[in-house]
Design a protein around this ligand. Sequence first.
Ligand SMILES: Cc1cc2nc3c(=O)[nH]c(=O)nc-3n(C[C@H](O)[C@H](O)[C@H](O)COP(=O)(O)O)c2cc1C
Ligand SMILES: Cc1ncc(COP(=O)(O)O)c(C=O)c1O
Length: 210
Amino acid sequence: MSLTTEVPAGEAYAAGIPDTDEPYGLFEAWFAEAAAREPNDPNAMCLATCSPDGWPSARMVLLKGRDDRGFVFYTNEHSRKGGELLANPRAALCFHWKSMRRQIRIEGEVERVTAGESDAYFASRSRGSRISAVSSDQSRPLASRAEFERRVAETEARYPGEDVPRPPHWGGFRLLPRMVEFWQDMPYRMHDRLVFERAGEGWTTGRLFP
Ligand SMILES: Cc1cc2nc3c(=O)[nH]c(=O)nc-3n(C[C@H](O)[C@H](O)[C@H](O)COP(=O)(O)O)c2cc1C
Ligand SMILES: Cc1ncc(COP(=O)(O)O)c(C=O)c1O
């Protein structure tokens, strides 16, 4: 069974989302199409977190890994999102691929990835991005751009070689989905929505009114 349909450029899909009994195959099919079509960052997703007293916040992050456990992104744990995730480890993700008129929403609990996973990902980043991560107190007030540039120069001087160690507060989170919803634009706003909810080791599935 094919999980995807060719996207007519700039038009809505004629056919709806195919029935399937688990979400990951369909996610991979849509993600592969997005990677082939989107002009940049097909892995960009909106991450929503919530403070323990109920204030939500949302920002974009990049998906850096996916397996049967969940969806992985990397950030600074001292940031606003990091603090919220550590205090209230529940989150939501939202992909929107404009050229394909598709959305995927994912919700679930969040856990830290292992230090080994974070080390491996950090080591794969460019030297400049590692220097930047070490130099940035992400989400803290910054007096001026010059202050950040001075910090970057100090970090470069401290680590002249390739080895730029991962800060202990910089690492990955994995969202373990308990809900995944696929949304596809259809003519006259008669969109198609296919939702999956975790049920033990498997999934229940159904459609929602658009
Ligand atoms: C397309 C895009 C991708 C981004 N990816 C990440 C990311 O993977 N990790 C990250 O920490 N910030 C990323 N950012 C920056 C965040 O959106 C945000 O500005 C920053 O993490 C601070 O968020 P916070 O104050 O809510 O913690 C990205 C921004 C954009 C626009
Ligand atoms: C501050 C920050 N950290 C991490 C990332 C994750 O992406 P990468 O590891 O490719 O830099 C991004 C991406 O935009 C980012 O802006």
